[in-house]
Design a protein around this ligand. Structure first.
Ligand code: XMP
Length: 514
């Protein structure tokens, strides 16, 4: 029996694969095809519905992608999203205009027709993600406006008789709070799908795809020991085994014992069949960082040195065909959706491709959210402590030591952080926390220990609750736990005579110290 299918017609937007994934999450099979897919082919494929994606163009542009009007006369339900909605309006005789200013970001829409099939179980006011300059100024004949915002007269429109629906906003991104419900509504209420498809295991499908793509090629992966790069590396190792080499750069700014932990899992004594190279580059990094206090300068030095070290190792390995990156979906969304000012220059392995000779990048996690990456990690047998590891910045302790980085300060912050994490785990308060760590302030102050005057550093403890890491609140760690941590740090970590707890939320603070 032929399975039901939704065709996602790609007009050049960034979330096209995500739209297909959202449909598949509803247990309906979806495929992305370029907008040049001939109408005859579409008829042959006999989809239950079609989704027209967003795209960067304006419908009035000379070279803008269009589709024959006949598409809308096939009797197949269609959902147009963003550019897709404008194209539907324009093709069917509505008016699309360019707004003087773009509407961009989270927006509350007023749902005008709550009884529309698209809005089943959707609130009268719901937050969606807008990202557009052009807008539909008047709808084509037979259409009605089903949602609007104060600046967007047609946030959604419908011609229920012809089963044509369109949204100016992006229901597929998670910022659209009830977006998945709308996609579900389109797929089930409008297209009347039965939901006969089951998502294959991501792991199995991806391993198969990687094998096909890589063939006999050589693959190189920068492994940081973080969740994303670890899961990407294991997927690749399961797919192509020893054709993969993982390079792990220990820049001396890792948490206590972390380098050895990563090596224990991925090295020759570990459970995976891959080539693992650990580069102990601590001294190099400390030398470069000597005397540097400015946070951005430190970040830059760490990022550049990382690339240099990686490059040298890559040269030893010789020409590679593929470079693996652990990019996950939020990274894609952030670089695509946001044009925000640089608050901190985030250093990830994302900077590598310029310097290493390779044919193609493989990003096996590109469409996954963090929770899905973790699930895949567990399925792949990666130890839980690695899978649930809290986020750790690329520049590592370099941004948790305020001011100049020295080997001595690294030792202090590593030891203090270790105690903090150990005590939080013992007290069972580590579970619900978004991120927690010790940082070393640049402040030294006077204290008294055993009748002697001390003049030592202050360690700051940080713990925040956050789900998106864009905003965060200080966590309420029980006072007795904090006191215990303080006592142990003062007693056990030489060079510290004061422990502070950071109450700052984000904004105005950031999660890290630099
Ligand atoms: P901030 O300090 O900007 O951090 O509030 C937000 C989240 O991002 C992490 N972070 C980084 N992650 N490279 C990374 O991969 C970086 O350069 C970097 N800087 C901050 C931080 O740990 C927090 O989870």
């Amino acid at each position: 029996m032929k399975k039901e299918m939704i065709i996602v017609l790609d007009f050049g937007g960034q979330y096209n694969q995500l739209i297909a994934r959202r449909v598949r999450e509803c247990n309906v099979y979806a495929e992305v095809h370029p907008y040049t897919l001939p109408i005859e082919k579409i008829k042959e494929m006999n989809p239950k519905g079609i989704i027209l994606t967003g795209g960067p163009n304006s419908v009035y542009g000379d070279d803008s992608p269009r589709y024959d009007k006949e598409l809308f006369e096939l009797g197949i339900p269609i959902l147009g999203i963003c550019y897709g909605s404008q194209l539907m309006a324009y093709t069917l005789g509505g008016v699309v205009k360019t707004a003087p200013v773009s509407e961009y970001g989270r927006t509350e829409v007023d749902v005008d027709k709550q009884d529309s099939l698209l809005f089943h179980n959707v609130d009268a006011k719901t937050v969606v993600w807008m990202s557009h300059t052009d807008y539909i100024a008047s709808v084509p004949e037979g259409f009605e406006i089903i949602a609007h915002t104060p600046v967007c007269p047609v946030a959604a429109m419908a011609n229920p008789d012809k089963k044509l629906y369109a949204t100016q906003y992006h229901p597929e991104v998670t910022h659209s709070v009830q977006g998945q419900q709308m996609i579900y509504n389109f797929v089930y209420n409008v297209c009347e799908c039965a939901g006969d498809w089951k998502m294959d295991s991501f792991v199995d499908t991806t391993i198969k795809e990687i094998r096909e793509k890589v063939g006999n090629g050589k693959v190189l992966c920068a492994l940081s020991g973080g969740v994303d790069s670890s899961v990407a590396a294991v997927l690749l190792s399961k797919a192509v085994g020893k054709q993969l080499t993982c390079v792990f750069v220990d820049h001396g700014l890792l948490r206590k014992n972390e380098g050895d932990e990563v090596e224990a899992v991925f090295g020759s004594k570990g459970q995976y069949d891959l080539n693992f190279v650990r580069v102990n580059a601590q001294e190099r990094f400390y030398e470069k960082l000597a005397g540097v206090e400015d946070p951005e300068a430190k970040r830059k030095i760490i990022g550049e040195e990382f690339i240099r070290v990686f490059e040298e190792e890559a040269k030893k390995i010789g020409a590679v065909d593929f470079l693996v990156q652990g990019t996950i979906y939020p990274d894609v969304i952030e670089s695509g959706l946001g044009k925000s000012a640089v608050i901190k220059s985030h250093h990830n392995v994302g900077g590598l491709p310029d310097c290493v000779d390779f044919k193609e990048i493989i990003e096996p996690l590109r469409l996954l959210f963090k929770d899905e990456v973790r699930r895949a990690g567990l399925e792949l047998g990666i130890p839980e402590y690695l899978v649930y590891r809290q986020p750790f910045p690329g520049p590592g302790l370099g941004v948790r030591i305020v001011g100049e980085v020295t080997a001595e300060k690294v030792r202090i912050v590593q030891d203090a952080d270790f105690i903090y994490r150990e005590e939080l785990a013992k007290a069972g308060c580590d579970k619900g926390l978004g991120q927690y760590f010790a940082a070393l302030t640049n402040m030294r102050s006077v204290g008294v220990m055993g009748d002697f005057r001390t003049y030592d550093y202050a360690v700051a403890l940080r713990a925040v609750n956050t789900s998106d890491f864009m905003t965060a609140d200080c966590s309420e760690i029980p006072f007795e736990v904090l006191q215990k941590v303080m006592t142990r740090i003062i007693n056990e970590v030489k060079g510290v005579n004061r422990v502070l707890y950071d109450l700052t939320s984000k904004p105005p603070g950031t999660i890290e110290f630099e």
